[in-house]
Design a binder for this molecule. Structure first.
Ligand code: AFP
Length: 317
């Protein structure tokens, strides 16, 4: 496969072609391409949706949907009749959606249709996060994922995706197709940037020690409040760490294991990085519920290992 340096592809390699030529299963390719298609409608919803809240009606009398609910509907409608899905779990829906009754789908997905949706009101970047498993059991450790991706709706719309053969970045072109811009993204060395989620006043001693060490080493703070753009910056800049740690008043952190942490951990590990809850690999955690949260330190191996050491030294965990 022709390699593609960032921005200088020898010829435009689009998403569907890349997946096909990489030998990715046809049904899995179908899911990834359906998400790519859904992203076009989500972009439109973000750009044209009134900033009103759900329950109000727009000037045509149509009921106003919150963007995350609308994004959820867009994705579900595209996948419901794709013939390749067994179950869907959406962060916007309390129950798992059984699709098998309509077809014998081979894959199940867990997704956050529009993570960080509250940031749209202040015109900051948001994203769609998708985790894909073979079969119909979504409550398995994240190491069982067969693919993961996110779509980042920023100044450019990009998709970062892995099917277990490295992690690659695609950008939406004028025809609203995704062309490859970077193949086999790699994370190396100590963190150049860090993204500290949660209130500093609620950090435990080990996290405080870790963050103070990063600052003493000149690591730059980069935090937007959106998980997708903040992880994307760690990946595309080639080195960094994102954390949303356990807090003194919340031992489980804020981010959801199924919809946010497992897919991002899969992508970051494919780039040579790692993701931990402070003492255990995120991808080894067995989810006990759909909305289970976990603390997270995710980025370069070196930085995550140092965070774990700080927690062990200061908190014995
Ligand atoms: P929403 O999806 O509710 O806007 O939350 C976004 C998010 O879950 C994730 O995208 C961010 O990393 C995290 O919240 C930011 O949380 P804080 O606002 O507490 O920093």
């Amino acid at each position: 496969m022709a390699s593609a340096e960032r921005g200088q592809t020898k010829y435009q390699i689009n998403l569907r072609r890349y997946l096909r030529e990489s030998g990715v299963d046809r049904d899995l390719t179908r899911i990834i391409c359906e998400i790519a298609n859904a992203s076009k409608y989500i972009i439109n919803a973000i750009r044209t949706g009134d900033l009103g809240v759900a329950g109000t009606s727009n000037l045509y009398g149509e009921q106003q949907l919150e963007l995350d609910v609308l994004s959820d509907r867009i994705i579900q409608k595209r996948l419901m009749y794709s013939g390749v899905i067994a179950k869907m779990a959406s962060e916007e829906v309390d129950e798992v959606v059984e699709v098998t009754v309509r077809n014998n789908g081979r894959y199940s997905i867990a997704f956050d249709p529009l993570d960080g949706s509250s940031l749209v009101d202040v015109n900051l970047a948001v994203g769609t996060i998708v985790s894909i498993y073979e079969g119909d059991n979504l409550l398995r450790p994240g190491r069982n994922q067969v693919a993961a991706l996110y779509v980042l709706y920023g100044p450019r719309t990009t998709m970062v995706v892995s099917t277990g053969k490295g992690v690659h970045e695609f950008a939406m072109n004028q025809l609203m197709e995704f062309d490859m811009v970077q193949e086999n993204i790699q994370l190396e060395g100590p963190a150049k940037i860090y993204a500290p989620g949660g209130l500093r006043s609620k950090y435990t001693p080990g996290t405080l020690k870790f963050v103070r060490s990063l600052e003493a080493n000149g690591t730059k703070l980069r935090y937007s409040g959106g998980f997708v753009p903040d992880i994307n910056q760690v990946l595309i800049k080639g080195g960094g760490i994102f954390m949303y740690p356990h807090l003194t008043d919340n031992p489980h952190g804020k981010l959801r294991l199924l919809y946010e942490l497992n897919p991002m951990a899969f992508l970051v590990e494919q780039a040579g990085g790692t993701a931990s809850n402070g003492k255990q690999r995120i991808l080894d955690m067995t989810p006990e519920s759909l909305d289970q949260c976990a603390p997270v330190f995710i980025g370069t191996k070196e930085s995550v290992a140092f965070a774990e050491r700080c927690l062990l030294e200061e908190e014995g965990t």
